[in-house]
Design a binder for this molecule. Structure first.
Ligand code: GLU
Length: 322
């Protein structure tokens, strides 16, 4: 049975790019009579915005999205990552017992140019936020002393050239070399906060998620997650990466792009079915201008998704021109 998920981070309002992935994750699971899970990804403390979760959930309900499992109920709980840290700790302890983890006290300066900002380790690494592969500077080579770290060390996973195999819903079976692509990646930051890659992999495996639908800016994370899930003895879900929505400058939507939040359209009196219709039509889906969730579920065709980014202006124009 298909199990999909939508995994928002409560760092602001639900924007149209997030809504597109929510709608397609929902439609993809539902069209095969599967279930859909809502998971709250709130490990990135400083970026959390008070009240954002309640607002996002309210917007999703207004649009007619009904999740089968989530913070309110479900047998795979808790569904909020900040309540799952014991599980992440147990997994890291297990990997360490298998000699697959080592501490790393490289500073950002010492890392090769272009390494991600430390914050990007906890937040999902969106487009352009990932740097060069880790060079393996701290990888244990025999007698390295465990004493004398210059700062609280992060924990890295020892990666091998064993290909990470997973199914991409549109491209078929892929095999990627994580050691070459990113090197030994961080599981836990020096301050004890678990990395996005670890938390998402542990959760997708523990919640028996069989398909992941999310923004294409996270495409490069799939190999790491499939690799980790296999290390944990699981089978990776299939991945469908939906093109991101971009603002006028061609860059991924940010708070600077006005008119990108669901709330702004809702407040302006746009009906939910009109908003869904304009959004998913811009994503090539064959639906009427007014489109209910049910109609989308019946019509959803992942092969019709565009390959390139989708401009927000296309959706705005569709909503204004009527
Ligand atoms: N929580 C992540 C985000 O909002 C999504 C992670 C994922 O879908 O894997 O960017």
């Amino acid at each position: 049975m298909v199990r999909g998920r939508f995994a928002p981070s409560p760092t602001g309002s639900l924007h149209l790019g997030g809504l597109a992935t929510a709608l397609f994750a929902y439609a993809s699971a539902r069209r095969s009579q599967g279930s859909i899970v809502l998971r709250v990804e709130d490990l990135d403390g400083p970026r959390l915005v008070r009240g954002a979760l309640a607002e996002q959930l309210d917007d999703l309900a207004w649009l007619g999205l009904r999740f089968d499992e989530g913070p309110e109920s479900g047998q795979y709980g808790p569904y909020v990552q900040s309540q799952r840290v014991e599980l992440y700790q147990a997994v890291v302890t297990d990997l360490a017992a298998r000699s697959l983890v080592y501490p790393c006290d490289c500073s950002r300066k010492e890392l090769r140019a272009g390494q991600p900002e430390l914050a990007a380790v906890v937040a999902a690494p969106h487009l352009g936020e990932e740097g060069a592969p880790y060079a393996g500077t701290c990888r244990p080579r025999g007698a390295r002393s465990k004493q004398g770290f210059r700062r609280p060390p992060a924990l890295r996973l020892i990666t091998s050239h064993e290909p990470a195999r997973y199914v991409d819903a549109l491209r078929g079976e892929l095999a990627e070399d994580v050691a070459e692509l990113v090197g030994d990646f961080i599981l836990c930051r020096g301050d004890g906060v678990f990395a996005y890659q670890l938390a998402v992999s542990v959760d997708d495996a523990a919640m028996a998620i069989s398909e992941v639908v999310r923004g294409s800016d996270l495409r490069s994370s799939a190999a790491r997650q499939a690799y980790l899930i296999r290390l944990l003895g699981g089978v990776p879900p299939s991945y469908l990466h939906v093109p991101v929505l971009v603002g006028t400058d061609g860059a991924k939507l940010s708070k600077r792009d006005g008119g990108s939040s669901v709330r702004s359209y809702r407040d302006a009196g746009v009906a939910p079915q009109r908003l869904i219709g304009a959004l998913v039509r811009a994503y090539g889906q064959p639906v009427p201008k007014d489109c209910s969730i049910e109609v989308l579920v019946a019509a959803f065709d992942p092969r019709k998704l565009p390959e390139e980014v989708v401009p927000l202006s296309k959706i705005r124009e569709a909503l204004v021109s009527e």
